[in-house]
Design a protein around this ligand. Structure first.
Ligand code: BJW
Length: 237
């Protein structure tokens, strides 16, 4: 098997780097209401609260210990050594895949280190705090800058490119995602409706859609992912 690979990653791959998942018992949704911080309506109601939530998470990316872990590094190595395309489609808004060296990467739910003007649509890199008094460098409007994050009810990014890759891949791997959020949760079915690719789930525990995968491997990402990548490279790289 030496064909193209698509890898979907979720919050579980960054958990051992010190970043919280969403739906675990002590996860983000146990501390804040998703309706308040991850919907356009929540932002309209209280932009200061939403900015504070994402400003804290953006700042956390610089905390000591928040570094790519062996799972991120193994995927970067796979991209370097695999003889066909390896595309990572991440739901994560952190930058740990990039810091590990992955280059062929889609952030389908946006990025913490970018801001977008809700008025003119211009997207810019943003590393500090963002707030309601910030001005768009492109159109000059004050108060329209928002985190470049895909909230519930909004269209995830680069969907055409993602579905094209799902149609042609030989292997689809889902890592550390609970399978609760669509359209990502439906990718395994999209791949299977075309009927070509082998599908694998790597997770700490079975996800919502676990029974749909051809192969399932359970354990912490820092152990399961490097071991799986080593086997792949030994067999087909
Ligand atoms: C480990 C581990 C370790 C732990 N090692 N593993 C009714 C039915 C179907 C769909 C809908 C519906 N009503 C509304 C919808 C659509 C909605 C949706 O899916 N809602 C559901 C909740 C029902 N989706 C949307 O609105 C999306 N847009 C959309 O659908 O547009 C229309 C469209 C139509 C057709 C085609 C295309 C588009 C937008 C979704 C936006 C999601 N945004 C968020 C927040 C913003 C980012 C942020 O703040 O960070 O994105 S929600 C949140 O969930 C975040 C994540 O990316 C996303 C997924 O979570 P993830 O990554 O799976 O994390 P967890 O916590 O759920 O799971 C962690 C996993 O890790 C677990 O399985 C653990 O076991 C595992 N784990 N430790 C390995 N050490």
């Amino acid at each position: 098997m030496q064909g193209p690979i698509v890898i979907l990653t979720g919050a579980g791959i960054s958990k051992e780097s010190g970043l919280d998942t969403f739906r675990c018992v002590d996860g983000i949704w146990a501390k804040v209401r998703l309706e308040d911080v991850a919907t356009p309506e929540g932002f309209d109601r209280d932009p200061d609260q939403v900015h504070a939530f994402y400003n804290d998470r953006r700042a956390q990316l610089g905390d000591p210990g928040v570094e790519p872990n062996p799972a991120h590094h193994a995927l970067a190595e796979l991209e370097r050594r695999w003889p066909a395309e390896v595309l990572i489609v991440t739901q994560n808004i952190d930058d740990l895949h990039e810091r590990a060296g992955s280059r062929n990467l889609i952030h389908m739910h946006g990025e913490l280190l970018k801001a977008r003007c809700a008025s003119c649509g211009q997207t810019v890199e943003w590393h500090g705090a963002l707030g309601v008094t910030d001005r768009c460098a492109s159109c000059g409007r004050v108060g329209a800058m928002r985190p470049d994050i895909v909230w519930f009810g909004e269209m995830p990014l680069e969907m055409e490119r993602i579905y094209r890759a799902l149609e042609t891949c030989a292997l689809f791997i889902a890592i550390g995602t609970s399978g609760h959020v669509y359209p990502a949760a439906g990718f395994v079915q999209s791949v299977q409706s075309i009927g070509k690719a082998h599908t694998v789930e790597l997770n700490l525990e079975p996800s919502e859609g676990a029974s749909r995968f051809d192969e399932t491997i359970y354990g912490p990402a820092t152990a399961a992912v490097p071991a799986y990548v080593s086997r792949l490279l030994a067999r087909g790289g």
